[in-house]
Write a protein of this length. Structure first.
Lengths: 559, 189
């Protein structure tokens, strides 16, 4: 007989869910981690990870079958043949696009921690003050100082490699040794530094790939196959890192195929009592009880669970008293930047496939700079020599073409900006009860778009990239805006924002739902603003902080 | 996507269209039709063994054997069948199938012989002309772009291409961002 009662239930097993499970079990709590999808075992579950290129039947191109079954995913280039099994099928998990929204989901143990980009940056002190200063959205009830020790904690465990730069806009952390910029990137970085008097800096990406053995895990082997799952456990994922830590405590129960349909709520105690689960395979319904519940279902699905937990007390869903539940959906806008050709360096090359690139931290609207928009953006990019798939215009076919393509081509460099998206109450998700998914559950209707601030910012995102490349001597520089729709950044944030006032926010400074303080939201849903840096490290730190608060509060009988 | 029947029909239609389009020029090209009367053995995708042999030779013309084996050794014909069947949409698929007929028509117009019966020198000259025509954006030669792309992709990602034409290391184990390179050294896959 399966035990039905736990100290804590964690809904979701991705980056933040894994962290919640690790921290809570390490504090001695008996934890049930629920995952809606299948289990993917570390190493043995990574079915394509060790295949050679010629062992992938369509050489990693998408088949028409994949394109038809996973059409949403084709809106950007994250899915390829070898990792297509990690992404959801549209027919099983539909959603309604009131306005276009790309929702890229991975339903399995580990969630998107298996496929994530692994770029890991701390927010800076201004990021946590931005809403207050701009009068946009609501003020964060926490500041960088509240988060700093938890960033330390998250980095120390996850293993983030990076360089110490002493930049206020991109705080340093507890890093493993940095990866290396390649010879062309170093040259461009030096030219940018000189041209802008060090007001702009190109650094190696800070990435959750180990550059030396760490915590019993092997260092990165430079295969650049991360999104297939790493058999070496060399990048941070639930499977490689937090799940084994939680399992080691003996306090974790992991239940895959468990779709949490609602949080059970007791109106007398004003507390959650557990969750209801629909078994995705058997379609049986189960109830599990617990003292606390962590919602880490990924931003929009966390909102879905809360909205689907409507009661006569809260008809719009648990946590809806402020009217902000489901609102303020955000992402990072990108797909805009510049690229060009690099002359020279014909006698230089690289060895190994570095699963990382360079990063240019934010420089706009900082240190006295003032633009016609608020907030800013950073760049991610790489330089490399062209490979065999390049077009050789001057060659036709035959041995000359074969010989030419067997050698590396000239160097190119390109970069894409990632920009901050402002919170906007009108950007929202709601339940659409007329449409049902494979399991007969109502689906989300998503109604969002970027606004004038983001559109103005995109002009700088293209122009500044081109200007920097030209200043660095890059030739044939092309600035490009390949258009963007919310969601494509796969950095969904908002819908259950943190704030100081229960009237205008969904969770408090400890990630507790105001309306049910034993429910904690620590995935992207709790985000009040977005900064312009990749969010996952902040989710890790935020989750660890909230989990430790929750464990202490439980001990004291405070939740 | 069920391609078996539609492709067989497409193929017949293509042959009929050739007859209509070519008119007087057909005199010299009867060999195309009579040389390959009815598909003898069809693969599940609808391509015949003769089609695959033709694709092997087209691929070998684009990426020939040198001191390193070429596209035919990398089974480029079978790869093209797989990609066209599984990855092309219906319109691209039909255009590719038609391209297989067109290359014979183009070959016959130039040399009075089918592609399979032409000499290696004729094939190379023809393929260079087709490539130039495609680069000049003449839609007549668009089919050749498909063949060239499939050949390059299929060859360089094959075991032969990836490990002999270029170099592939499954587990590099390290990254070095500045290593010497001299002309003639092979690229990394």
């Amino acid at each position: 007989m399966t035990e039905q009662n736990y100290d804590a239930i964690v809904v979701g097993s991705g980056i933040s869910g894994g962290w919640a499970a690790k921290e809570l079990t390490e504090k001695g709590l008996k934890v049930l981690m629920l995952e809606r999808g299948e289990n993917i075992e570390h190493v043995t579950g990574y079915v394509n990870a060790l295949k050679a290129p010629w062992e992938i039947p369509h050489r990693d191109r998408l088949t028409t079958k994949i394109r038809e079954e996973q059409a949403v995913l084709t809106r950007d280039g994250f899915m390829h043949e070898a990792n297509s099994n990690y992404w959801v099928k549209d027919a099983e998990s539909p959603y309604v696009e009131v306005r276009p929204f790309s929702w890229f989901r991975g339903y399995h143990v580990g969630g998107r921690s298996l496929m994530w980009g692994r770029q890991s940056y701390r927010w800076n002190k201004w990021d946590y003050e931005a809403n207050l200063i701009d009068g946009v959205g609501v003020d964060w009830p926490i500041r960088y100082e509240d988060m700093a020790p938890w960033y330390d904690h998250a980095e120390s465990f996850a293993g983030i490699s990076g360089s110490l730069e002493g930049l206020e806009q991109l705080p340093d952390g507890k890093f493993l040794p940095p990866m290396e910029l390649n010879v062309v990137e170093k040259d461009v970085a030096a030219r940018i530094k000189a041209h802008y008097n060090d007001a702009r800096r190109m650094i190696i990406g800070r990435v959750a790939n180990l550059t030396e053995p760490h915590g019993g895990r092997v260092n990165c082997q430079y295969r650049n196959k991360c999104d297939l799952g790493c058999p070496f456990g060399a990048y941070f994922s639930t499977q490689s890192s937090t799940l084994p830590a939680a399992v080691r405590t003996g306090n974790l129960t992991l239940r895959p195929f468990s779709i949490v349909t609602r949080v059970l709520y007791d109106k007398d105690t004003k507390r959650a009592t557990g969750v209801e689960v629909l078994d995705a395979e058997t379609r049986q319904t189960y109830q599990y009880t617990s003292k606390i519940v962590f919602l880490n279902a990924s931003t929009l699905n966390t909102a879905w669970v809360l909205m689907n937990s409507a009661t006569d007390v809260w008809p719009d869903g648990l946590g809806s008293s402020s009217g902000e539940l489901g609102h303020n959906v955000m992402d990072h806008h990108f797909r805009v930047g510049a690229s060009g050709d690099v002359e020279g360096f014909a006698d230089r090359y690289i060895f190994g496939r570095r699963a990382n690139g360079f990063y240019i931290p934010r420089f706009r609207n900082l240190f006295g700079d003032k633009r016609d928009y608020t907030r800013g953006f950073g760049y991610q990019g790489t330089a490399d020599r062209r490979g065999w798939s390049r077009d050789v215009a001057e060659l036709g076919i035959g041995a000359p073409l074969k010989d030419a393509l067997s050698e590396p081509g000239h160097w190119t460099i390109g970069m894409t900006a990632f920009g901050e998206v402002l919170p906007n109450h009108d950007n929202k998700v709601t339940l659409d009860k007329d449409k049902r998914d494979k399991w007969g559950l109502p689906v989300l209707a998503i109604d969002c778009d970027i606004g004038p601030n983001e559109r103005r910012m995109r002009k700088d995102m293209a122009n500044d990239a081109a200007e920097m490349l030209e200043a660095a001597g890059v030739k044939n520089v092309r600035a490009e805006d390949n258009t963007y729709q919310l969601g494509q950044g796969i950095h969904e944030m908002g819908t259950a924002r943190m704030g100081r006032d229960p009237k205008t926010s969904v969770v408090n400074m400890h990630n507790q739902v105001w309306d049910a303080p034993n429910v904690f939201i620590t995935d992207g849903a709790c985000m009040t603003s977005t900064s312009c840096v990749n969010p996952s490290l902040t989710y890790m730190a935020m989750t660890a902080r909230a989990a430790n608060f929750a464990a202490e509060a439980l001990k004291k009988g405070d939740v | 996507m069920n391609t078996e029947t539609p492709l067989a029909i497409n193929r017949r239609e293509a042959v009929q269209r050739i007859a209509l389009l070519m008119g007087a020029a057909m005199v010299g090209s009867q060999a195309i039709l009579s040389g390959q009367p009815v598909p003898q053995k069809q693969t599940p995708s609808g391509f015949t063994d003769a089609d695959i042999a033709l694709m092997d030779e087209i691929g070998e013309t684009i990426i020939p054997a040198t001191d390193i084996p070429g596209a035919k050794a990398a089974k480029i014909g079978a790869f093209m069948v797989l990609m066209v069947t599984d990855c092309y949409n219906d319109g691209q698929h039909a255009a590719f199938v038609e391209g297989l007929r067109q290359i014979n028509r183009d070959c016959t117009a130039k040399y009075g012989t089918s592609f399979m019966d032409s000499t290696p020198a004729q094939r190379t000259e023809l393929a260079n002309a087709l490539d130039a025509g495609n680069k000049a954006k003449d839609p007549h030669f668009r089919y050749f772009k498909m063949m060239k792309e499939l050949t390059i992709l299929g060859y360089f990602s094959s075991e032969i291409g990836a490990t002999q034409a270029v170099k592939f290391v499954q587990v590099p184990g390290a990254f070095h961002g500045d290593v010497p390179y001299k002309k003639g050294d092979r690229a990394w896959f």
